[in-house]
Design a protein around this ligand. Structure first.
Ligand code: CP3
Length: 347
């Protein structure tokens, strides 16, 4: 058995590491022939509800790619079911909610999550994984804004008009919705860590659709409470969203140990905006992985050059792996990052 690999956790704590750690958002998914074959027989939620199978799906990319962390296979929508939202994960579309949240009464109907009762299979998957893994396991939850956006819109959107309309027209109900979501996210993350998750990522993927002023008013207080109430867990907490350039200082104010950024900002500039004292995760454009190998290598070098050997860089994509990605290219990127990226030694 290979020795325990802790360079991901060391980088989260901004300690020097022998090699820059690397993992990929959506490292388990449709780019893998094995995953596509499984999905012929099981829905995504079927996989999540069977701990042995779910653990296998989580482990597969770790074994195939040589990444430095595993991420629990699940979906940000999973805790919303037991809270009372009926939804479907539609192929090539994403989450579709049967009765979108549009009124204060809809908000009042949302139940608090009881992770041990509602989602025992998630916690069992985590326990299985901890016995199998030689790299750290990342648990996760959706950010309250991003979860609210799916509940309110009822389906994926680009402009978030229903979400913002709800926010501006019914600020009281909005804050109550975010309070309820934040309560459940806190309990869910705690349960995952108690079951064995060694880091957690908050996927606030779509929060970058807000202006800094609206983030401060409508989201920041909830994110601050989320991070305050999970600080005692003793594990690194990663915040991630796309198009967050203008929000980075506020995300820093929200809390957590690591901030994940997408490719729309250079890593050096992102780091400067975030400031010292937290680690940074990112930020290769996932579309680059469809390019010829020499182009990919140059882009990997460019990301590492922007990180400039600073402690506290975790290499990742700026968003999830695309289904058209050649699996061999992901493996190659892991090798390049490990070959080229060393920290605390000047690059
Ligand atoms: O490997 C991992 O990263 C862990 C698994 C994971 C999934 N979803 C599995 C999944 C994680 C971390 C998520 C989080 C998630 N889910 C987010 C946040 C990250 C992000 O992408 O911004 C969001 C917004 C969702 C909601 C969601 N679920 C979307 C937008 C989709 C894609 C729709 C599509 O078909 O392209 C899903 C479905 C989903 N969740 C897939 C996977 C692997 C797609 C493949 C499938 O249906 O089997």
């Amino acid at each position: 058995m290979p020795p325990w690999n802790d360079r991901f956790l060391r980088a989260c704590r901004r300690e020097p590491v022998d090699r820059t750690p690397v993992w990929f958002m959506r490292q388990a998914g449709r780019y893998q022939p094995e995953y596509r074959a499984l999905r012929e027989r099981y829905s995504l939620l079927d996989i999540c509800r069977q701990p042995d199978l779910c653990a296998q799906v989580t482990l597969l990319p770790v074994e195939q790619l040589g990444v430095d962390a595993a991420i629990l296979f699940s979906d940000i929508m999973v805790p919303l079911g037991p809270m009372g939202a009926r939804y479907e994960l539609k192929e090539n579309v994403g989450p579709v909610v049967e009765r979108p949240v549009r009124t204060p009464e809809d908000v009042a109907r949302l139940e608090p999550l009881e992770p041990e009762v509602d989602l025992p299979y998630v916690l069992e998957t985590i326990r299985i994984l901890r016995r199998e893994l030689r790299v750290p396991l990342i648990g996760f939850a959706g950010g309250p804004f991003t979860l609210a956006s799916y509940l309110i819109e009822g389906r994926p959107t680009r402009d978030f008009l229903h979400t913002k309309g709800f926010m501006y027209h019914q600020p009281g109900a909005w804050h109550e919705l975010l309070r309820r979501l934040t309560d459940s996210v806190i309990l869910y993350l705690k349960a995952q860590v108690e079951a064995g998750a060694q880091a957690v990522q908050v996927f606030d993927s779509w929060v970058g659709s807000l202006s800094p002023g609206d983030y401060r008013e409508f989201v920041l207080p909830h994110m601050q409470r989320l991070f305050a109430e999970t600080s005692g867990l003793g594990v690194p907490r990663i915040q991630f969203g796309v198009t967050t350039l203008g929000l980075l200082p506020l995300m820093r104010e929200a809390g957590g140990e690591v901030i994940g950024v997408d490719w729309r900002v250079g890593l050096a500039e992102a780091w400067q905006r975030i400031g010292d004292g937290v680690a940074v995760q990112g930020n290769l454009d996932p579309a680059v992985l469809l390019a010829p190998a020499p182009v990919v290598r140059r882009r990997v070098e460019a990301v590492l050059a922007e990180a400039h050997g600073r402690p506290g860089h975790i290499f990742n994509l700026g968003h999830g792996v695309l289904p058209a990605t050649p699996p061999g290219m992901l493996r190659q990127v892991v090798e390049w990052v490990h070959e080229l990226g060393g920290q605390g030694n000047g690059g």
